[in-house]
Ligand binder design. Sequence first.
Ligand SMILES: [Zn+2]
Length: 116
Amino acid sequence: MRSIKRELERKRSALTEAIHSSMDSTREADHFRELAKDPYGSASLTHDEEIAAAVVDRRARELQQVNSALEDIEAGRYGVCRDCGSEIAEARLRVLPFATRCVACQAELETIRRAA
Ligand SMILES: [Zn+2]
């Protein structure tokens, strides 16, 4: 489990860095549009900004998952299914380090979601 923790910590710092750098480039794009005052140019910048914002959003959500997985490790409840309380297979955690449910409970949850 130690290696998963290291992996999560590495992911956390990479995500934090990526979020900061894309926020910087979004600010630069704002500044550039201010200078350009070109309606076509600003349209394409807005589109880029939308993409950048979506990327930041996705990374922020991922960062949240990394943080809560790390909290679970600290609290000693990492790798325990939050529905049935049984241990999540380590093979599953290697593929899906943020998994909070065992395969059976996750499958059940997805069946319910699909039905809804
Ligand atoms: Zn379960």
